[in-house]
Design a protein. Structure first.
Length: 76
């Protein structure tokens, strides 16, 4: 008797899982035509080497500021 009830419950869990998967996958089926990357006609606004130069200057300034020794007076 208990085994039959257990089999029904486990079968019910299987159907619940299948139903949940089908509901969660419905947005995927709505996009059957496939996704394509956007097409841009504009060139990049700034050269990559200019951006890298700015990043390097900012990092160098940060390192210099962090490594400066604090000037302490003779009253410390």
């Amino acid at each position: 008797m208990m085994q039959a009830v257990h089999q029904r419950i486990s079968s019910l869990y299987g159907w619940i899982i299948v139903g949940a998967m089908s509901v969660m996958s419905s947005p995927v089926w709505a996009q059957v035509e496939g996704l394509k990357p956007p097409k841009t006609k504009d060139a990049p606004s700034s050269p990559k080497f200019l951006m890298m130069g700015v990043i390097i200057v900012l990092l160098a300034a940060t390192v210099v500021v962090v490594t400066l020794k604090a000037k302490r007076g003779h009253q410390d």
